[in-house]
Design a protein around this ligand. Structure first.
Ligand code: Q46
Ligand code: ZN
Ligand code: ZN
Length: 307
């Protein structure tokens, strides 16, 4: 297989795009694609201050790398969850983010959940849900709160996350199988800051296959954590990703078609009549100032306020 651009030996064959590229052309193609989507979905400009949420995984560190290569002003945000899982997951992922920032001369902000709120994610979830379930609900709520606060207080115009096409189609499949219009209406490359106190969120890699992101990280020599969070095992999202991978193996391009057709349907007004049911109930949380539809304090402040 040869690179379609220069005829040299191809390093990657992307059946879903009917495109084979050598290493150099692939490492140019991924940032060019990312730039295309940043512009297409009007995510941000070179004048904007971007905060990239980095987890130590391939997608978020590659996103940070790409934004830097494209000339954007992008700082990183690492949230220390305090998850060990027998592999020192949080310690190792923090180390890799710090190494990346140092070697690229970039600024990394670190927020430790344990140091700041007195309890790590496993401790918080043990107390609030008594360890009956996975800590993911507690973790998701905490990460959303901290990301929004860090971006708002740090004066950033936008918060960028490393969600790739496989993440987005897995979420879309879940929202579609359960037919949740409220989630479907909010899913997309950009989540506008349509509520006071909320920061705009964008996903510049939303149209790039996970496999291609892994190839990018490896070919760029980015050191990232290979292990998933130990609590991800058995999650719906992993199950949906497997289903979609089986589909993709038989029908190359199925994932990108699913996602792009969804965005097109939304643009054509498929969910236009679907108003956000919580919008008129929103008020600023008296404790943290972030918008909430819950009576009184927001869910995060209630969770972290010890009885
Ligand atoms: S939510 Fe759950 Fe993730 Fe938090 S506890 Fe781990 S798997 S990190 S995306
Ligand atoms: Zn080439
Ligand atoms: Zn609050």
């Amino acid at each position: 297989m040869k690179c379609v651009k220069c005829g040299q030996k191809a390093a990657i064959n992307m059946r879903h795009h009917k495109l084979a590229l050598c290493k150099d052309h692939f490492l140019e193609w991924i940032p060019a694609q990312t730039q295309r989507f940043i512009e297409k979905y009007r995510m941000f400009s070179l004048q904007d201050k971007v905060l990239v949420a980095v987890s130590g995984g391939k997608d978020s560190l590659s996103l940070w790398d790409i934004l830097q290569r494209l000339g954007y002003q992008a700082d990183g945000l690492y949230i220390g969850l305090g998850i060990d899982g027998g592999i020192g997951y949080s310690n190792e992922s923090q180390r890799l983010c710090e190494e990346f920032a140092k070697s690229h001369g970039l600024r990394l902000r670190v927020v430790s959940v344990g140091a700041e709120f007195g309890e790590t994610i496993p401790e918080l979830s043990l107390r609030t849900i008594r360890g009956k379930e996975k800590p993911c609900a507690v973790c998701g709520l905490t990460k959303r709160h901290i990301m929004n606060r860090a971006a708002r207080d740090g004066g950033y115009d936008v918060l960028a996350t490393g969600h790739n096409l496989d993440d987005e189609t897995a979420t879309l499949l879940g929202n579609t199988l359960n037919w949740i219009p409220g989630y479907l209406v909010r899913q997309g490359p950009v989540l506008e800051a349509d509520k006071p106190g909320l920061v705009r969120k964008v996903k510049p890699l939303c149209r790039i296959y996970e496999r291609d992101m892994a190839a990018y990280a490896i070919l760029r020599g980015i050191e990232y954590i290979y292990e998933e969070c130990p609590h991800a095992v058995g999650s719906n999202s992993i199950f949906y990703k497997e289903l979609l991978n089986n589909l993709e193996a038989e029908r190359p391009g199925a994932k990108i078609n699913f996602y792009v057709a969804f965005l097109q349907a939304k643009e054509n007004g498929l969910f236009a009549a679907q108003a956000d049911p919580d919008l008129d109930k929103l008020h600023a949380c008296p404790s943290c100032g972030q918008p909430t539809s819950a009576p009184g304090m927001c869910a995060f402040c209630r969770m972290t306020a010890k009885a």
